[in-house]
Design a protein around this ligand. Structure first.
Ligand code: GSH
Length: 223
């Protein structure tokens, strides 16, 4: 048994931690009920009844939640200096920003639009920062940088794959408007570690996928 156990739901944010471990070549145990999201959640609830969310990771005596923080803790403890730019690198500030943007802004905006647009399909773009605006921000960054961490593949890419998949899979944005994001996804999906992670984390593909929206907001200027 490894000291690191990942409590997992197929196709959800815990994929990030499985992928991280595959990129690092570190051993880990994976806990989930194959094809049974409710059964997998029951395992998490038994471990962490107060805050049952996925991913939850047991690292020795510690129970860790929040995927970005889990990645930072696992790297600092088990692979210092790997998969992130040094603090002295010019890439460091952007890497940190994307590490936190993925959940703090991108997932927040995507899921808020998803919930609202499922109830009332949008006829106009929001004057606020909406799904198209957050994906455009990513597209613009990738026009000038090969990876979200700058020059090299990093944990910022691991954080950003989930929301950028959500944006297109759930039809929150028109995928054809974001060719740099599409190229980046293709590069990610060609990585051997990503493919190993998929084989382990999603042996049956997506399980219980949320339905795609019938309609997203019309693209173009906001307001
Ligand atoms: N910001 C958190 C989000 C965690 C989260 O919401 N995970 C979802 C699965 S992707 C979950 O646990 N859903 C079950 C629930 O909210 O009851 C993270 O990055 O870990």
């Amino acid at each position: 048994m490894s000291s690191i156990t990942i409590f997992h739901l197929e196709g959800r944010r815990s994929d990030r931690i499985v992928w991280l471990m595959e990129e690092l070549g570190l051993p880990y145990d994976l806990e989930f009920k194959r094809g049974d999201l409710m059964g997998s959640m029951a395992l998490v609830r038994a471990l962490n009844p107060v805050a049952p969310v996925v991913p939850t990771v047991r690292d020795g005596e510690d129970i860790l939640t929040e995927s970005g923080a889990i990645i930072e803790v696992l790297l600092a403890r088990h692979a210092p200096g790997k998969l992130e730019p040094a603090v002295t690198s010019p890439d460091y500030p952007a890497h940190r920003m994307w590490m936190h943007y993925a959940e703090g802004t991108m997932c927040a905006r995507l899921f808020s639009d998803y919930r609202a647009w499922r109830v009332t399909p949008p006829t106009a773009r929001s004057p606020l920062v909406d799904s198209e605006a957050v994906v455009q921000f990513a597209e613009d960054f990738l026009a000038a940088h090969p990876w979200f961490g700058g020059a090299e593949f990093s944990t910022a890419d691991i954080m950003m794959k989930f929301p950028l998949d959500v944006a297109t899979r759930l039809n929150l944005v028109d995928e054809t408007l974001f060719p740099r994001v599409a190229e980046w996804k293709a590069k990610i999906e060609a990585r051997a570690a990503f493919q190993r992670a998929l084989a382990r984390a999603r042996p049956d593909g997506m399980v219980g996928a949320l339905p795609a929206l019938a309609q997203h907001a019309p693209s173009g200027p906001r307001g």
